[in-house]
Write a protein that binds this ligand. Structure first.
Ligand code: ASP
Length: 585
């Protein structure tokens, strides 16, 4: 090694020793004729001092700039009284320099490494290797590595084998678009990057491997948000001969271990909760509500029948629902807030956002003139709306009402600071519907098509497929869906019936999933599993607002790698070899 110690290592016990440190110049200060340098590496900072009496080192030190890389040899001494720094573990000592070697000079970086200022994300991502030197990023990457290690240890102790599955595979549906990889050997044919290792982990179970885990890289080509990236890591888990409770217990244990080792916050209510999907949707308009605050939604469909307001009545006539969200203290919301929330509701496909403000001098709303006498009072009784509050309404199909009021509930919590950030809220969601209506009006799977239906409801599949539930469960941490899992279908015939229900033709079933259907004919064990997004867990425990902050080299919000400049055009020859022609826009 070029060094004897790291920059985070020296203590008073080292006083008198001659040491060699390597690191970056974090800061240089010239003070009282001496030069002080804070030398930095991943482990910390050490103050080194250059005395002007030592002409040769002083000459070098005078040229030194921030971010130069140095090798410094010197003797450890106690700092003078008053110059000690309690908040730095090396803050009681310094190194009096005997020799300096400049290992690398550095240009002036495009942003300051030594400050925790807000820096434009674009420049941070373009110079990610400099961004990674900053304390915040180092803290996040260290936490990420720790969480990876906890996961590996925990699942190994649960008897799982760590099995790596390939990335060049065939499509496996998880609800997103796929990344395709053209094949040079077979022009016109493509590999698909896995949205998850779902089918492969199931095939591991058919292969008798019993318990599997993987920190799996998954690829999903979808619209990006703060908690999404085109590629991400999930803890992927599968076990044989299990019930839903067995899977939940093992997964929950892993999260509890991570929280215990990486967070000081307790769980709200002291334990991991569990709620049926329908209850959460009804009460909070979301299957991943942040339960660090309450703010429930009220079903007012019974009151809205014949209330006089056509929008409510029409929604009910079309088998929809009418619901209200009470915003405590919302009577003084501004026009701007209401307009923004209306846009938000429209993004969730609501036609608008009806509201009543209960001002001190009486209720105010464009709707009042439509309401039949007595309706408003009944509304207040049912929702608990008091003077000073506001009510926002959703009147449409169930999912639209839930999505729009659920989105507004989140905004309300942010605006009024209702989130109790001193705790974590971790809970299960169970009893999901197997299928839901697709945007095109047909039926699509709620999770993925390998989920086992509840057996006692399965014979309703033809008459009322949307009423069939799945043996399926999600885990939610602080309002983020960490992941989902299910007991899987392990019977070829049932799997084909589910494909039939989803409208996948027999031909497509064979083309896309023939391997799985065949595997199930050779003795498949009952099995189930789960997967959760590790980036999201790290993000939440690091207290970061998005997952880019906890990934060493993330894509930006437009799915580009700004540092590498990818994706990028390729030489024509290379593209032609793949049997591909690029059609310009
Ligand atoms: N494959 C699922 C996903 O990636 C998780 C699972 O069902 O195990 O969301």
């Amino acid at each position: 090694m070029l060094r004897t110690h790291t920059c985070g290592e020296l203590r008073e016990s080292h006083v008198g020793q001659t040491v060699t440190l390597c690191g970056w110049v974090h800061r240089r200060r010239d003070h009282g004729g001496l030069i002080f340098i804070d030398l930095r590496d991943r482990y910390g900072f050490t103050q080194v001092v250059i005395d002007p009496k030592d002409k040769s080192t002083f000459g070098t030190a005078e040229k030194i700039r921030p971010e130069w890389v140095l090798k410094v040899t010197g003797s450890v001494r106690k700092r003078v009284a008053g110059a000690e720094r309690e908040n730095n573990p090396t803050g009681k000592v310094e190194v009096l320099v005997l020799a300096i070697e400049v290992l690398s000079e550095a240009k002036t970086p495009p942003f300051e490494i030594d400050q925790d200022k807000d820096i434009g994300e674009e420049v941070r991502l373009e110079f990610r290797y400099l961004d990674l030197r900053r304390e915040r990023m180092q803290r996040n990457i260290i936490l990420r590595s720790k969480i990876f290690q906890i996961i590996r240890k925990y699942f190994t102790e649960q008897g799982c084998l760590e099995i790596d599955t390939p990335c060049l595979i065939k499509g496996t549906p998880e609800g997103a678009r796929e990344y395709l990889v053209p094949s040079r050997m077979y022009p016109g044919q493509f590999f698909v990057l896995p949205q998850s290792p779902q089918q492969l982990k199931q095939l591991c179970m058919v292969g008798g491997l019993d318990r599997y885990f993987q920190l799996a890289r998954c690829f999903r080509d979808e619209d990006l948000r703060g908690d999404r990236q085109p590629e991400f890591i999930q803890l992927d888990f599968e076990m044989s001969f299990c019930t839903q409770e067995d899977v939940m217990q093992i997964i929950q244990g892993s999260l509890e271990t991570i929280l215990k080792e990486c967070s000081t916050k307790p769980l709200k209510g002291g334990k991991v909760g569990s709620y049926p999907w329908q209850e959460l949707m009804d009460k909070y308009g979301s299957d991943k509500p942040d339960l660090r605050y309450d703010l429930p939604i009220t079903d007012i469909s019974d009151l809205a029948k014949g209330c006089g307001f056509k929008v409510f009545e029409d929604a009910l006539a079309q088998n929809g629902t009418v619901r209200a969200l009470r915003v405590p203290g919302g009577a003084n919301l501004t026009r701007g807030d209401i307009d923004r929330w209306t846009e938000l509701a429209k993004e969730q496909k609501a036609k608008g956002l009806a509201y009543v403000l209960f001002k001190a001098d009486g209720p105010s709303s464009p709707l009042l003139k439509f309401f039949k006498e007595g309706f408003l009072e009944k509304l207040q009784t049912k929702t608990g709306a008091k003077p000073g509050d506001a009510l926002f309404f959703g009147a449409d199909k169930f999912r639209i009402v839930c999505n729009s009021l659920g989105a507004i509930r989140k905004e309300v919590a942010k605006k009024y600071g209702l989130i109790d950030t001193s705790v974590h809220s971790l809970f299960w969601v169970t009893d999901f519907p197997l299928c839901e209506e697709s945007e095109e009006g047909g039926i699509t799977f709620s999770h993925h098509p390998f989920t086992h239906p509840k057996l006692d409801e399965w014979d309703r599949r033809h008459k009322d497929p949307l009423s069939v539930h799945a043996i399926c469960y999600d885990l939610v941490l602080d309002g983020y869906e960490l992941g989902s899992g299910s007991i899987r279908i392990h019977d070829s015939k049932m799997q084909q019936e589910v494909f039939d229900l989803l409208g996948i033709s027999k031909e497509d079933q064979q083309r896309r999933f023939g391997h799985l259907l065949r595997a199930f004919e050779y003795g498949a064990p009952p099995h189930g599993g789960f997967a959760y997004g590790v980036d999201r867990v790290v993000m939440l425990l690091a207290g970061e607002p998005n997952i880019r902050e906890v990934i060493a080299f993330p894509k930006d919000q437009k799915a580009k790698d700004l540092m590498l400049g990818a994706p990028a055009p390729m030489p024509e020859k290379q593209i032609a070899e793949l049997g591909i022609k690029v059609v310009a826009d």
